[in-house]
Write a protein that binds this ligand. Structure first.
Ligand code: PLP
Ligand code: SF4
Length: 346
């Protein structure tokens, strides 16, 4: 078995294992883990310095996950799906859910309803997806997502990428993956030698805190960058993890040093089971205001809200937010004004 598969096999996957590791009681977490799976790789576990720290909060289940009452799919991804496992919201780009497994199950995941919940949900019929993309010449950008696409085997990935590259109008391929952060040993020279055959290929990874920038993740990003892959980063703004300007500045400047360009900071989606991570929009605006102009422009991401109902992502700048009571009025890419209720934080 490859090293990374061994690491996955050694991951903590039950409340009992977690309790044994930390010397706590598994009791309250059992209900949570039944609903939303738990997995923490040895590498990610080693980053926890103390219970409740930013790494712990991202991966250890919390009973609050069961007390939230938001929609499971507020972005209406399922209704924007022309074939199972494909989301076609914007005219020229699609998101293809190629895997429903992740190395670590993030407690704040926007696809919490699907990810890690058995083989059937959310995955796709490869031939059907390729047929749809082939028949839709407007699609020039295909984003592989999931789950984590890099949990597929090298052979499976190669097959998907080769299938996409046969379609002339697919100009760029992107992969969204958290593996450099959570399972950096997955990034092997063999993987990179496959990926580099399918350029132009972009990878967006997902660091949320500078404690995740380690010699191992630095090595993984370096290997990918040496294969000619442009690396971006999508961070989720998370209460108790990275909701201060100083933490974000340290993260963004740290990413540039490991050859990763900050791309987006996401406002938390209104997804069921994640409410304890939500911040106000003002928190994000303060952060972006403290970053822009204060650190390198290359280290400056967009702060975006993904609007409910599949209306798309909107970048927010401090000067262009219009308010009406507790509502924000936001203009999306189609020029529509869409209301967004600033989350009430308790
Ligand atoms: C975020 C997203 C994309 C990609 O958007 P970019 O702004 O180009 O990165 C495409 N489709 C869906 C459904 C998305 O949520
Ligand atoms: S890696 Fe991404 S898809 Fe997987 S659990 Fe984390 S946020 Fe969700």
């Amino acid at each position: 078995m490859s090293q990374w598969r061994n690491s996955l096999a050694a991951a903590l996957a039950t409340p009992e294992q977690l309790a044994e590791h930390f010397g706590t009681a598994p009791g309250p977490l059992q209900q949570v883990a039944l609903r939303y799976p738990l997995r923490i790789t040895p590498h990610y576990l080693s980053l926890i310095r103390e219970p409740g720290d930013p790494i712990w909060r991202q991966c250890v289940p919390d009973p609050l996950e069961l007390t939230d009452d938001q929609a499971a799919d507020p972005l209406c991804e399922e209704s924007l799906s022309p074939v199972p496992g494909l989301i076609h919201r914007y005219p020229d780009r699609v998101v293809w859910l190629v895997a429903n497994e992740c190395a670590v199950y993030c407690r704040f995941c926007m696809r919490k309803r699907q990810v890690g919940c058995g083989a059937a949900s959310g995955t796709s019929d490869i031939a059907a997806v390729l047929a749809y993309i082939s028949a839709t010449p407007a699609i020039r950008d295909v984003i592989l997502s999931g789950g984590d696409p890099l949990l597929l085997s090298d052979e499976q990935l190669e097959e998907l990428l080769a299938g996409l590259r046969k379609i002339p109008h697919v100009e760029i391929i992107r992969i969204g993956t958290r593996v450099p952060v959570t399972l950096p040993e997955r990034v092997t020279p063999e993987l990179c030698s496959i990926l580099r055959r399918f350029h132009p290929l972009y990878i967006n990874t997902h660091f949320n805190h500078s404690q995740e920038i380690t010699p191992e993740s630095t090595r993984a990003c370096g290997l990918l960058a040496d294969a000619g892959i442009q690396l971006g980063n999508q961070t989720v703004l998370l209460k108790g993890v990275n909701d201060t300007p100083q933490v974000m500045k340290t993260l963004m400047t740290g990413l540039l040093k490991i050859r990763v360009r900050p791309y987006y900071i996401h406002q938390m989606d209104l997804v069921n089971g994640t409410g304890h991570f939500r911040t106000t929009v003002d928190c994000g605006i303060d952060i972006i205001g403290a970053i822009r102009g204060h650190i390198s422009g290359l280290a400056t991401p967009y702060y975006v809200i993904d609007l409910a109902g599949g209306k798309g992502k909107v970048p927010l700048l401090p000067e262009d937010v219009r308010r009406e009571g507790d509502k924000l009025l936001l203009k999306n890419y189609m020029g529509e004004i869409v209301e967004y209720r600033n989350p009430l934080i308790t």
